[in-house]
Design a protein around this ligand. Structure first.
Ligand code: PLP
Length: 468
């Protein structure tokens, strides 16, 4: 996957630039193929053995080790994914749907495992964070003794997703020991390694035990990127588990030119991102990688008699129940697999580049309109902007009170969204209300960006008239 496929990332003449994953005619054709398969399956269901006849690892030997560069026809994918032994569905099984096909074919989820570590596909970042928090907690408690749980301290920034705090609370971390280190505009709202060090040293001095850091690549409010290298250095010094939350933005790393954003990731103990956010996977799909799977498994494993079976006892399979919170798993890998094969790596890269290019274009328009200001530097396909306070203060002699400016921007966003033509969101970043446009919908094209800009301009015009 790491071979650059395109010398010039924004080369608009790329053969992959016209790829349309939702071309209606082809979509319909593929859907019919799948329905035909399901109907045939049920028609012949009595002929199949009750249990799958394949052994552990059978599928692994059938499929290629890496994703194809170009898209593959659905016929090939169906052939590879569905051939084999189809057991009868269990009694309680509902009519299988597309994703459910995998269950019928009797194989479990595949893992992705870069050297040394191991991976599991979970449902959400919330799940992934809670699992890693529990693993890190138990790893530390093993050293300091179970009674030390009240001393454990977890670190994030004031931009870290709220799921971090929630996960830490569920993991039994004392509410007063969950730190949200302040970020600033000067630092583009990234967590500074120096500030982390100060916080950690103060806690150690008070007899507390730092154990977990959640660093984010692409924060929710502004897509800020925490510097993984320097943060990892501090964490290493104090024996802190580093989790990297790349829920939205890490998908961009499918393009070699954006991999710099995760420089220093080798210091991480775990890493997660959601292909369901920006890599076109259907909900839900969160890939979690951990450096030491044994620690995670030790924290989450169970071994009741009613789950015992030969292949597990012989360690011929990976029991993903021990890598996550719930026992029952959805077969998420098949949708990721089908996605990779039906799009191909080059198309996925080109789509990501297309979105980032559209975001850049939108950002440029904001920059050239004197009434508007880009609120934070854009890293990916999210642009944060606001009606510029300077203008309001300078030309119109209106109050520069922050609350007033925030309210004005909130009103503009509200009227933009009421137009029904586009939908944008907001965030409070460092006390400033910013409007956010996130570009990544499967059907978004340049014409929608043009439309978005026209709508924004129209509503800013109106707001300026009212403010004058
Ligand atoms: C969306 C998001 C989350 C939450 O993801 P879920 O999968 O809904 O739990 C966490 N962190 C970041 C940075 C996000 O963008």
């Amino acid at each position: 996957m790491d071979k650059p496929t395109n010398e010039n990332p924004e080369n608009i003449n790329s053969p992959f630039d016209t790829f349309n994953p939702l071309e209606p005619q082809e979509f319909k054709r593929q859907a019919h193929l799948v329905i035909d398969f399901l109907v045939d399956y049920y028609r012949n269901v009595e002929n199949y053995p009750v249990l799958s006849q394949v052994g552990p690892g059978y599928l692994k030997n059938r499929i290629p080790d890496s994703a194809p560069n170009g898209p593959e026809p659905i016929e090939n994918i169906l052939h590879d994914a569905l051939i084999g032994s189809h057991p009868r569905p269990p009694r309680s099984s509902r009519t299988p749907y597309w994703i459910g096909l995998g269950k019928c074919s009797g194989y479990q989820s595949t893992s992705f495992s870069p050297e040394g570590g191991g991976g599991v596909i979970q449902g959400s970042t919330c799940d992934a964070l809670l699992s890693t928090l529990v693993a890190a907690r138990d790893k530390t408690l093993k050293k300091i003794g179970g009674n030390g749980i009240n001393k454990l301290v977890a670190y994030g920034s004031d931009q870290t997703h709220c799921t971090f705090r929630k996960g830490a609370q569920i993991a039994g971390i004392h509410r007063d020991r969950i730190r949200a280190i302040r970020t600033s505009k000067a630092n583009a709202f990234a967590l500074s390694a120096e500030d982390l060090r100060v916080a950690v040293e103060a806690d150690v001095k008070s007899g507390l035990v730092p154990f977990f850091l959640c660093a984010t690549v692409g924060t929710t409010a502004s897509a800020a990127v925490d510097p993984l290298g320097p943060l990892g250095e501090v964490a290493k010094e104090f024996g802190i588990w580093v989790h990297v939350d790349g829920a939205y933005a890490a998908s961009a790393c499918i393009c070699p030119e954006y991999r710099g954003f995760i420089n220093g990731v080798e210091n991480a103990d775990s890493f997660s991102f959601n292909p369901h956010k920006w890599l076109f996977a259907g909900l839900d799909c969160c890939c979690l990688w951990v450096k030491e799977p044994a620690v995670l498994v030790e924290a989450l494993s169970t071994n009741p008699d009613y789950l015992r079976n030969k292949v597990s006892d012989l360690k011929k399979v990976v029991d993903y129940k021990d890598w996550q919170i719930s026992l029952t798993r959805r077969f998420r890998s098949i949708k990721l697999w089908i996605l990779l094969r039906s799009y191909g790596v080059a198309n996925l890269q080109q789509l990501i580049r297309r979105y980032i290019k559209m975001a850049k274009d939108f950002e440029l328009r904001i920059k050239t309109d004197k009434r508007l200001e880009v609120a934070v530097p854009r890293n990916f396909s999210t642009v944060c902007f606001l009606i510029s306070p300077i203008l309001i203060r300078g030309e119109n002699q209106v109050s520069d009170d922050q609350t007033w400016i925030n309210n004005l921007n909130a009103k503009v966003l509200e009227s933009v969204n009421e137009s029904g033509k586009i939908f944008m969101t907001h965030a409070m970043i460092g006390g400033v209300y910013v409007i956010r446009i996130a570009i990544g919908g499967s059907l978004t094209e340049n014409k929608h960006i043009n439309l978005a800009w026209e709508v924004v301009k129209e509503h800013v015009d109106k707001a300026m008239l009212l403010a004058a």
